[in-house]
Design a protein around this ligand. Structure first.
Ligand SMILES: *[C@@H]1O[C@H](CO)[C@@H](O)[C@@H](O)[C@H]1NC(C)=O
Ligand SMILES: *[C@@H]1O[C@H](CO)[C@@H](O)[C@H](O)[C@H]1NC(C)=O
Ligand SMILES: *[C@@H]1O[C@H](CO)[C@@H](O)[C@H](O)[C@H]1NC(C)=O
Ligand SMILES: *[C@@H]1O[C@H](CO)[C@@H](O)[C@H](O)[C@H]1NC(C)=O
Length: 437
């Protein structure tokens, strides 16, 4: 009996050593998140497959019928002719349902789903009556050389080819998932609710509770203020104007543990929007990404930094990868009701995501995760889930980040940070179609 308890004790001791060992300190001390707007993976990075065949991108054979219920109708094929200034395709809950399922019916929101065939993008675009070319714009994608900043970062560091928007709907619900692993039941951008503020606990609170620091660098209005929690007086000084603070804090090694860079969402004549949201100029988005990267790269904190770029949602642009519909947990039991019932049990369309750090090997491509559950996927809640691993935070935010794939393994493959990361990114080849006209 006594011998046995000694054995048990010994075993427990070993286990605790093992646990301690598997929680080795992360090399990452600063996580910088930049969420661009409204572009699908294939639209931005699909043709990167030409440079790296391992990427699940476009081959040129992908197409959509004019009428999703009639396979014999004419097809519009993908092209590599995306332009800097695009019109704004549909990306509301209903538009996306038609894009991924090829039909407008809503009867399936509770039960089993038919596998999405991603065959309604053209039909939905034509229904918007934006003229005969609009469907072709939705099926178009950028050639890698047209967006050299994104291309270089994707090739130098890690590109995810299975990262989805958290909910098949518009911007604000997805932006909330980025920092709180739920939209608190929202499936549209409801102005009144956004103004009143959302009550869920964001990752900023977990960070602060653990004695760590955070900052938001904003250019016009910070979207992170949609979290009620962040409006508290004690958080006021954590919001800093991007100019000049981001540059100064990078130079002085003063970046916080969790950093959010927010772009200009409003298009002004003197300061064009730079969030990549159609019809904003993607060239402006390229300039912002280049600037943030180069400032981080030159910072004394570079060797402990992760810079994550993702897109809130696909913005109505075609993507060929079926959106996941199995095993996806509702984060907090809340359902959406406007414009339709939705229980947050399927993901949105695939979006571009790039992880940048000197701890990441060149040319990394990250496919579907196989943890923490068999159905886990990379989606915006993967940011909170991975931040929890990086900083050893005690608890998850919702059932969704508990389920989402994590990518901390990207930082544990090397013993030293790389010293060959580019310090400058190639300038844009052309500024924008509109400037040339
Ligand atoms: C993506 O597109 C929508 C619709 O154009 C627009 O409102 C955006 O600002 C962006 N995100 C949001 C706010 O939905
Ligand atoms: C699409 O095809 C279906 C099935 O053939 C047909 O019933 C429907 O009228 C077509 N829709 C349009 C807009 O042509
Ligand atoms: C980062 O690490 C690399 C490789 O060890 C080293 O060459 C470089 O000087 C370090 N940079 C900074 C800013 O500490
Ligand atoms: C949300 O919808 C699910 C599935 O229909 C249901 O089981 C659950 O009770 C609903 N939650 C609330 C709070 O109404």
């Amino acid at each position: 009996m006594k011998k046995r308890s000694v054995l048990v004790l010994f075993h427990l001791l070993l286990c605790s050593f093992y646990v301690v060992d598997s929680n080795v300190e992360s090399p990452i001390k600063t996580v910088v998140v930049l969420v661009m707007e409204n572009r699908s993976f294939d639209h931005m990075l699909g043709w990167l497959k030409r440079l790296n065949p391992e990427i699940d991108g476009l081959t040129g054979t992908e197409s959509n019928p004019l009428n999703a219920s009639d396979p014999s109708s004419d097809h519009v094929f993908v092209s590599d002719q995306a332009e800097f200034v695009d019109p704004d395709p549909g990306h509301s809950f209903r538009a996306i349902r038609e894009q991924v399922f090829g039909s407008k019916k809503s009867v399936d929101e509770e039960g089993e789903f038919e596998p999405p065939r991603m065959n309604g993008f053209v039909q939905q675009a034509r229904g918007m009556n934006y003229g005969p070319d609009f469907a072709e714009r939705v099926m178009s994608a950028f050639r890698p050389e047209v967006i050299p900043v994104t291309t270089t970062l994707a090739m130098e560091f890690a590109v995810f080819d299975r990262w989805f928007a958290s909910a098949p709907t518009s911007t604000q619900p997805n932006r909330m998932y980025v920092h709180s692993a739920t939209s608190h039941g929202a499936i549209s951008n409801v102005q009144a609710d956004l103004t009143a503020g959302y009550p869920q606990k964001p990752i900023f609170t977990s960070i602060a509770d653990a004695g760590l620091t955070w900052n938001v660098y904003y250019q016009n209005i910070p979207a992170t203020l949609f979290f009620k929690e962040l409006r508290k007086l004690k958080n006021l000084l954590k919001f800093k104007p991007y100019f000049p603070w981001f540059d100064m804090d990078c130079k002085n090694g003063k970046l916080a543990n969790y950093v959010v860079v927010e772009q200009r969402y409003f298009d002004l004549k003197t300061e064009p929007a730079n969030d990549d949201h159609p019809s904003h100029d993607v060239a402006e988005g390229q300039k912002l990404i280049k600037e943030v990267y180069e400032k981080l790269r030159a910072s004394p904190q570079w060797n402990q930094t992760l810079f994550l770029i993702t897109y809130d949602e696909h913005g109505g642009f075609y993507d060929h990868v079926p959106t996941p519909v199995t095993g996806i947990p509702n984060p907090d039991g809340l359902n959406g009701s406007h414009p339709d019932f939705f229980s947050f049990n399927r993901l949105g369309v695939r979006v571009p995501t790039i992880a940048i750090s000197p701890w990441i090997n060149k040319d990394s491509v990250v496919h579907e995760p196989s943890w923490p559950t068999a159905t886990s996927q990379y989606e915006h809640s993967s940011i909170a889930a991975t931040v929890k691993e990086i900083f050893n935070l005690p608890s998850f935010l919702t059932k969704r980040d508990q389920w989402a794939g994590t990518f901390h393994h990207l930082f544990t493959q090397r013993t030293q940070p790389r010293d060959d990361c580019p310090s400058m990114l190639v300038p844009l080849p052309i500024f924008s179609i509109c400037c040339l006209l």
